[in-house]
Design a binder for this molecule. Structure first.
Ligand code: G3I
Length: 377
């Protein structure tokens, strides 16, 4: 059975009708029937994108057509984070998240919830909590209310996000400080109860690196040993064309799947810009903030770098295909280069090119390379 066709019983008729239309209008790639990322990879894994407010509200018709043509999974880039969805103790902003879920349902897409428990982007009131009882109440109400509202509609939740330090130990946070390490188990148990059908994921960056991976494996094993439901691990995949460790990525896919869970690449992008953090012995954030050397492709990306980007994506997707039985989803962190968070991080106001679609919403050489892997054997 095709992996991409069974997300919502309720949405299936919409999906079939939509798929028919999409296939009949989308541009042809190659000479066979492959016409989009999602159709190219439909027997392998889901292909997702992160949506911003403008996408959810369908403000740009070209972007909207592209999203529906190319992707069968969506993640909200920001609007479900607790700071936005639950700004004060008894107030929730469900306007955009309702629209996000509706968008996914009407287009037959696999809908990801991002994210329930994260130390960052917390509402001010939660960040200030200083005792276990109050924090437990916050967590319980938050998860019950948010995951409960979309029960049966959201396919997968990033339940806990970024709980680990680079050395694999648990990150100090308001959650760890007040509740100890059990907060992770509590969060997963609450999510499983609030939405028994959603797939539950632990999501983090750099967990393909050995020390952090070891910490993630330990965290997952503990959850499993305690009888807690965990369905998958999200390797975020914020990488660079200059530094992509395929060997560690492959080891991670194998080791995580040996735990009996799925592996998703949840926030994939490949920066093409120099990373000041690779330099030694300077306060690089300050020093390079205004430096043209740190923003070398301000006006356009040279062909030679387009080619490197295409080659790195080719390497990655070859690896993903090799392990397609272990991978549930590959989601790009953004639709096109114009709205990537990497234009502002780790230095503001740069021009980065990390995705498969350019600022005019046209497919890049890297897009073609990823599609070609499925057309040329
Ligand atoms: O919406 C406000 C706007 O009203 C205000 O004028 C503006 C001024 O700075 O800020 C806007 O909010 C920004 C928001 O993105 C929406 O654009 C926040 O400052 C900014 O911090 C926020 O950044 C997001 C970041 O997470 C922090 O939440 C990025 O867009 C988003 O791509 C990034 O995504 C994270 C994943 O959730 C978790 N993994 C890492 C990944 C990259 O950091």
């Amino acid at each position: 059975m095709k992996k991409s066709m069974n997300y919502h019983k309720i949405a299936k008729p919409f999906y079939s009708a939509f798929l028919f239309c999409a296939l009949s209008v989308s541009p042809s790639v190659g000479q066979n029937k492959i016409q989009s990322l999602k159709s190219a990879y439909e027997d392998d894994f889901l292909i997702g994108t992160a949506l911003g407010t403008e996408h959810i509200l369908e403000r740009n018709e070209k972007a909207n057509r592209l999203i529906k043509r190319e992707f069968n999974a969506i993640t909200p880039e920001n609007i479900m984070k607790s700071q936005i969805i639950h700004p004060t103790p008894n107030h929730y902003n469900f306007d955009l998240s309702d629209k996000y879920v509706e968008y996914g349902l009407k287009n037959g897409m696999y809908i990801v919830g991002h994210t329930l428990i994260w130390h960052s982007q917390l509402p001010a009131f939660a960040g200030k909590i200083k005792n276990a009882d109050s924090l437990r109440i916050f967590m319980t109400e938050h998860i019950n209310t948010v995951a409960g509202r979309y029960a049966g509609k959201i396919n997968s939740w990033d339940v806990v996000n970024e709980a680990l330090n680079e050395d694999g130990t648990l990150r100090k946070s308001v959650f760890l400080n007040n509740l100890g390490e059990d907060y992770i188990k509590n969060a997963f148990d609450l999510a499983a109860k609030a939405d028994p059908h959603a797939a539950l994921y632990y999501n983090d960056y750099n967990i393909e690196q050995p020390a952090k991976r070891k910490g993630a494996i330990e965290l997952i094993r503990k959850l499993q040993a305690g009888g807690t439901k965990i369905d998958g691990v999200g390797i975020q995949g914020h990488w660079s064309i200059h530094k992509l460790n395929l060997q560690e990525i492959e080891t991670s896919i194998i080791e995580f799947s040996q735990l009996g869970i799925k592996v998703a690449f949840t926030e994939l992008d490949l920066s093409v810009l120099p990373n000041p953090w690779d330099l030694q012995g300077a306060d690089v954030n300050q020093r390079f903030a205004e430096s043209p050397a740190m923003n070398p492709y301000k006006d356009s990306l040279p062909d030679s770098i387009q080619t490197v980007l295409a080659n790195r994506y080719t390497d990655l997707f070859k690896l993903f295909l090799k392990h397609r039985d272990k991978i549930s989803r590959v989601t790009f962190w953004g639709v096109d280069d114009s709205h990537s968070w990497l234009n502002g991080f780790p230095i503001r106001n740069r021009t980065n090119y990390p995705l498969l679609f350019d600022r005019a919403l046209e497919p890049k050489k890297a897009y073609q390379a990823v599609i070609n892997l499925k057309t040329t054997k």
